[in-house]
Each structure stands twice: as structure tokens, then as C-alpha cells.
Design a protein around this ligand. Structure first.
Ligand code: ZN
Length: 168
């Protein structure tokens, strides 16, 4: 029997911790949670994450640092938009707008999260870039489980949980 490795159309379950290489700040971790399961080769993960663990086996541990172009990409200044503050009038009845606040706009293709990067009496500057865009990221990853994807998962382009039974 050949040993399974991380490769296309496998469902990989991993524990991971992501840190910012300069400050060491942890921005995301599966510690204390279920491992993260994803379908390999279907763009479920940032590109460099998959590339670095390709060929790994259960029990393997990897540490790597991705430049921004292999992670969440560079910042796009066109994704920073000015929105009239009056459009937030309803929200402002219940909440105080602040720089750094994360909000969600309803776009035509679904929810679009953004961060308020500047605020004036008339204007809200909304930054739709991913919070980690333009940043190098370090990951520590352990491969916890590997299995072949079911036909449904391959058709849907995503994993149905660690056991393949989670429908959605
Ligand atoms: Zn599905």
C-alpha cells in the first residue's frame, strides 16, 4: 500500500499557526479547535500554503514564510473607496464609527468585508483589501490526516469536513 501524500484531490486536515514574521504576532491558529480540512488543488487555500505542503505525509511538520504575492497578494489602492458618511446613518444610531472598525458591505456577489481606514464628518474611507494583503506570513503546519476526496467534494470544489460527511 502506498502512503498517502498531500496532492491534488486529497482532503488534507492540518493544524496550523500563522504568525507575522517581523513581530511574531499570531494572526490565526487552529490550536484548541478542530483541524482545518481542505480540498487540495481547488484554490481553497492561499497558493503558497498548498505548494509548501505538497508531497507531505501524515505527521509531517513544516515551517515556511510566504512573501505577500504567494499569500494574500499585494495591496490594491483601487480597493480603497470613499463612501459618503450619510450612508452609515442607520448604523450610527446603534454604533460609533471608528478607524480600524471592521464592517461588511453587501456586494452583488455576496458580503464584502472592509476596514474603516479614515473617517471625517462627511466621508468614510473603506479599505476592502484583505487585512493580510501586502504582508509576508509564516506558517507552522502539521499534517494530521489525509484521505482521498469523495466525488461530491471534487464536484463542489471544497471539502465536506474531516470525514467527508458534512453537507452544505
Ligand atoms: Zn459541498
Amino acid at each position: 500500500m502506498t502512503e498517502l501524500t498531500v496532492s491534488e484531490n486529497m482532503v488534507a486536515s492540518v493544524h496550523y499557526t500563522g504568525t507575522l514574521p517581523e513581530s511574531g504576532e499570531v494572526f490565526d491558529s487552529s490550536e484548541g479547535r478542530e483541524p482545518l480540512s481542505f480540498l487540495v488543488g481547488h484554490k481553497q487555500m492561499i497558493p503558497g500554503f498548498e505548494e509548501e505542503i505538497m508531497g507531505a505525509k501524515v505527521g509531517d511538520k513544516k515551517e515556511f514564510t510566504l512573501p505577500s504575492e504567494r499569500a494574500y497578494g499585494d495591496r490594491d489602492e483601487a480597493a480603497v473607496q470613499q463612501i459618503a458618511r450619510e450612508q452609515f446613518a442607520q448604523l450610527e444610531e446603534e454604533a460609533t464609527l471608528e478607524v480600524g472598525m471592521q464592517l461588511v458591505a453587501q456586494g452583488q456577489e455576496g458580503p464584502m468585508p472592509f476596514i474603516i481606514s479614515e473617517l471625517s464628518d462627511e466621508m468614510v474611507t473603506a479599505d476592502f483589501n484583505h487585512a493580510l494583503a501586502g504582508q509576508a506570513l509564516t506558517f507552522n503546519v502539521e499534517i494530521v490526516e489525509l484521505r482521498e476526496a469523495t466525488g461530491d467534494e471534487q464536484a463542489h470544489g471544497h471539502a465536506h469536513g474531516p470525514d467527508g460527511q458534512h453537507h452544505h
